[in-house]
Design a binder for this molecule. Structure first.
Ligand SMILES: [Zn+2]
Length: 325
């Protein structure tokens, strides 16, 4: 009958004071108590921690080196544990689907797989981590999101430059930036932006700095032309907007919005890491899959140089499928 209970003796994790208890198996047990009474210390830091530590012992020492470390919890003994599935708000936020990217140990094994079996080979597992300076996308520093100008507020494509297509202050007809556009003779000022070619639009918004000779009041002036977004990004986003005056901040802020990083498209990794494929997929594609989908892909893979890694991955995924995560 001993197997009917999980037995904990002398638990002392965090503020637990030598707690011993039995928890019935195959029943729903709810831990209640005032804040600070040690519910989480017992459930997450003692029971779940030990269960995950035991699970991790199934992997080879080599693989464990790449997995999260589970310290032995402070307790005299824990008996009759099953494998634990820890589900909390942090991991499975908002009832959304759990992709494998959110399961830490699978991400670790995937990074290892890509470092061993990925084509082209670029080196170690850390190059596939968005937390590592060498693996993260250089544009968004591994966040996947980036501050940029909200184009809906910035530009009215149904208008021409002469009709005030650029809505940002300074670009209205007669204003300074509009004068530069007008005098540069780089643009058709009467053509609607929607009718611009991709090249024309790129020059207007993202054109790199170039010298132009303008005529102002009959005089020739040499100025630098820069695409509007390029110029404002260099000025306000690449530097700290907070360093500007309150008035400037107030002008710029309404036009800014947080969006998907244009370089990594939200994948958080460097272009080098995203260029590496295993079985036709890059690591971000695999991490975005749900468990059963990835299990199918992994079963179809063959990588002689990474056989133990594939086996570990497959057994972990099968396990997760079995428990219905
Ligand atoms: Zn990025």
């Amino acid at each position: 009958m001993a197997q009917e209970y999980i037995e904990i003796k002398g638990a002392r994790e965090n503020n637990l004071k030598n707690v011993s208890l039995k928890i019935p198996k195959r029943k729903i047990t709810i831990f209640t108590g005032v804040s600070g009474s040690g519910k989480s210390s017992l459930v997450f830091d003692t029971i779940a921690m030990e269960a995950q530590r035991l699970l991790a012992e199934n992997f080879s020492t080599f693989l464990r080196g790449f997995m999260p470390k589970y310290p032995q919890p402070a307790a005299d003994s824990l008996a009759n544990l099953n494998m634990a599935v820890v589900i909390d708000q942090k991991r499975l936020g908002g009832g959304s689907h759990s992709t494998v990217g959110t399961i830490t140990d699978i991400s670790s094994i995937l990074r290892l797989l890509f470092s061993r079996a990925g084509k082209p080979s670029i080196g170690g597992a850390h190059l596939f981590s968005f937390n590592d300076p060498k693996g993260m996308c250089p544009e968004c520093n591994g966040l996947g999101r980036k501050m940029g100008f909200n184009m809906d507020l910035f530009l009215d494509e149904s208008k021409s430059l002469n009709e005030g297509a650029v809505l940002y202050p300074g670009y209205a007809p007669g204003n300074w930036e509009w004068n530069i556009l007008n005098e540069s003779h780089l643009f058709d000022m009467d053509k609607k932006i929607a009718d611009y070619t991709k090249e024309e639009k790129d020059l207007l918004l993202y054109g790199k700095a170039q010298k132009v000779s303008l005529k102002f009041g009959g005089k020739s002036v040499n100025l630098t032309y820069e695409g509007a977004i390029e110029k404002l990004t260099n000025k306000y986003i690449k530097k700290d907007l907070k360093a500007y005056s309150a008035k400037t901040q107030k002008t710029v802020e309404p036009y800014l919005s947080m969006g998907t990083c244009p370089l990594c498209k939200g994948a958080r990794l460097s272009p080098e890491a995203l260029g590496v494929k295993v079985g036709g997929h890059n690591i971000a594609e695999l991490q975005a899959m749900e468990v059963d989908e990835l299990a199918e892909v992994v079963r179809a893979l063959s990588a002689p140089q990474a056989e133990p890694i594939l086996e570990a991955l497959e057994s972990r995924l099968t396990h997760l499928c079995d428990i219905g995560l």
